[in-house]
Design a protein around this ligand. Sequence first.
Ligand code: NAG
Length: 291
Amino acid sequence: KMGCVVELKICALFVLFGLSQIVNGFYLPGSYPHNYGVGDYLNVKVNSLTSIDTELPYGYYTLPFCQPEGGIKDSAENLGELLMGDRIENSPYRFKMLTNETDIFLCQTKALSSKEFKLLKKRIDEMYQVNVILDNLPAIRYTSKEGFMLRWTGYPVGAKVQNAYYVFNHLKFTVLVHKKDETDVSRVVGAGDASEMIESVGNLGSNAAAPGYMVVGFEVVPCSFLHNADSLKNLKMYGKYPSPISCDPSTIAAMPIKENEPLTFSYEVLFVESDIKWPSRWDAYLKMEGA
Ligand SMILES: *[C@@H]1O[C@H](CO)[C@@H](O)[C@H](O)[C@H]1NC(C)=O
């Protein structure tokens, strides 16, 4: 499977970052506007861990992260995702459309074996990044440097501060959504390549005409948070952590990882309505620094 996909991928990247400047609003092959009703589940996928240092990708679940309740599945759904990803899998992160949620407990891993502990430190030293995807959009992370806003895709597995290692174990997601109206329907369905895709995919049917919200942006802020062991007792996946989890990206030194100790993960999500229309949702990625 991989041999031909790798070549296609280079080709696709060329198209994405080369031709895109002259094409106004483009589509990832096989991606189509998906409408979600309020409260519909949105499932986050994970791509391989990548590093600009080594260029060697590793599967997300090679590190001790929380696993989905129903098991790990290869989750590339369309050509665009195959082109984009080395290995796209499902993740336990899930949201409900237009529903802000905070302090969501995800899981506590088993105590880190010495092998897992060493591997985590190695991947942090090698600058590996986690790549999360929602509705075909890789998460964008903003950082500011000397008054400039920089954008990146993905977020680091963790950080080393002095001699301690930290994993980003709390994620703050923001989903930008655009409310669908009549004019969007005609624009989207009328756009040549998209409508062809819709026919060839053939499983959209009624969805294309239903009212709802479309995902037009996906952002992540990674944080390190020290969860209280007592607060975790009896908490199941998606349970509400009993006290507010603060996510301050400027203080990472919260939870140093240790051998024989578990990792705890949690997240929060905000939905913000946006004027960005679905065909322009990739524009932000074309202005990326380190893509
Ligand atoms: C979610 O929270 C954000 C930030 O506080 C707010 O702007 C937005 O309106 C909220 N969205 C919903 C659906 O409540």
